[in-house]
Design a binder for this molecule. Sequence first.
Ligand code: THU
Length: 133
Amino acid sequence: MSRPAEAELIKAAIAASEMAYIPYSNYRVGAALLTLDGDVFTGCNVESASYTPTICAERTALVKAISEGKREFSAVAVVTRDGGSPCGVCRQLLYEFSPSMIVVMADLEGAVHQRATLADLLPFGFGPANLQD
Ligand code: THU
């Protein structure tokens, strides 16, 4: 991905983070997922008073994309106040679709902290291939 395309994706993730519903953690997260054919789906984290139903920004973006018929992704930008990396549950669900996607971790000012492939973030990952007969 070119640097200008990466900057655009980060910008979309920052805009999405502004919609975060975070009354319990106050930890704002935004994600922007780039499909192989160039569409962008965004998401924010949405928390619950009973905690467990909380959904991360990455999975919000992913379920939006899947439910709109997109299943192949080239990159995801995730923004947080500290440039944090996606949680294990999100890594697993993203791995289901595109293990080779680039994961860009940036902060809310747009500075990139890390870049990695999803397979780097989830080594020896369990995926659809494991369930083939
Ligand atoms: N969170 C995300 O949205 N993505 C991650 O990958 C890590 C955690 C959210 C969940 C919760 O709303 C808050 O951050 C604190 O865990």
